[in-house]
Ligand binder design. Structure first.
Ligand code: EAX
Length: 324
């Protein structure tokens, strides 16, 4: 009798565990607290937990605790992790259509990036991710990327020649820096030690990265190249998404769209003080580089094999036409 009761209790306990586990979303970001990705993730957690009255819980895995960006994306494909806020770059090798948004000098400002990414062309990219196991939910942002290095000031593209630049795990980013004459090395995030030890001379990222990851301690020169607008793609596992009720899907997507909008605004509002702070910390900033020289060197990238797949090429041309 006692044994039966114990069994029953254990069974109910196990059942409760399963039910609870089913309502907990594991969300991966590679960056550390205070980073752009973490701000999206935390806002999403807050909105979803509040709106679902606690029926959904979000557990954020950050600071590379479950691997680098590529490894997080693989876990999302397999549904061992349900969601992620990941920089556009590493999506490149999963679905080549995502490389379109990392095309150099594509968007002239943030408003134009929002207009395209929140519109039907952005939706084409989010929807295409279904072909590789992701439900694309929204675009949040890293922001416009700038070059830093520890060798010498960079004003024109010619100054980039020979610099060892770390790039994201993205064939497009590698091609960009090859075209600019640098010596690009793909490397997952983070990269402080490699910069500090001189394994690489420089890197490129938006202003918040130089602040949050303290690159002002180890990088002397910054050039406001704004060569690529770098969104995050906020995704869910398609295997998981298919199991959700429509009402839950709606609530989750809505919370992520709002979190993304909140974070883009937050990121942009902070950029003015960031630049001043980085200068104060001793970085020598070239604010008016010769961007025409950079543009000229990357002008033919669209004709490379990277963009030859018809769906990729067509979308790139559509976005180029819409941003003229
Ligand atoms: O968000 O790898 C990168 O350069 C990313 O921009 C980084 O994760 C910071």
């Amino acid at each position: 009798m006692k044994k039966t009761i114990l069994c029953c209790v254990l069974f109910l306990f196990a059942l409760a565990q399963v039910a609870m586990a089913a309502r907990t979303i594991k969300l991966g970001v590679v960056t550390k607290p205070g980073s752009a990705q973490n701000i999206v993730a935390e806002k999403f957690k807050q909105l979803l937990e509040q709106r679902s009255n606690g029926a959904w819980k979000v557990k954020i895995f950050h600071s590379k605790s479950i691997g680098n960006e590529t490894e997080i994306l693989q876990q999302i494909q397999m549904n061992t992790v349900q969601m992620g806020v990941i920089t556009g770059g590493p999506f490149d090798t999963f679905d080549p259509i995502t490389r379109v948004i990392n095309y150099p000098f594509l968007f002239k400002d943030s408003a134009q990036a929002d207009q395209i990414l929140d519109g039907p062309l952005g939706k084409e990219i989010l929807d295409d991710l279904a072909t590789v196991g992701f439900k694309g939910l929204a675009f949040s942002e890293n922001g416009f990327r700038n070059l830093t290095n520890n060798k010498h000031p960079v004003k024109t593209a010619a100054d980039v020649k020979g610099l060892k630049i770390r790039v994201m795990a993205s064939p497009l980013h590698k091609a960009i820096w090859e075209a600019l004459g640098a010596n690009p090395t793909p490397m997952p995030w983070p990269i402080y030690t490699e910069l500090e030890q001189g394994v690489i001379d420089g890197q490129e990222n938006p202003l918040w990265v130089m602040e949050v990851y303290k690159f002002y301690e180890i990088q002397k020169y910054m050039t406001l190249t704004r060569h690529v607008y770098s969104p995050h793609i906020d995704v869910a596992s398609m295997l998981w998404w298919k199991t959700l009720k429509p009402a839950d899907r709606k609530m989750i997507q809505q919370a992520m769209v709002e979190a993304a909008k909140f974070q883009r605004k937050d990121n942009r509002a902070k950029n003015g003080t960031r630049l001043a702070m980085l200068k104060e910390k001793g970085m020598i900033v070239e604010e008016h580089p010769d961007l025409a020289s950079f543009r000229a060197k990357v002008a033919n990238l669209k004709d490379m094999d990277l963009f030859k797949e018809p769906k990729v090429h067509t979308l790139l041309l559509k976005i180029m036409a819409a941003t003229k």
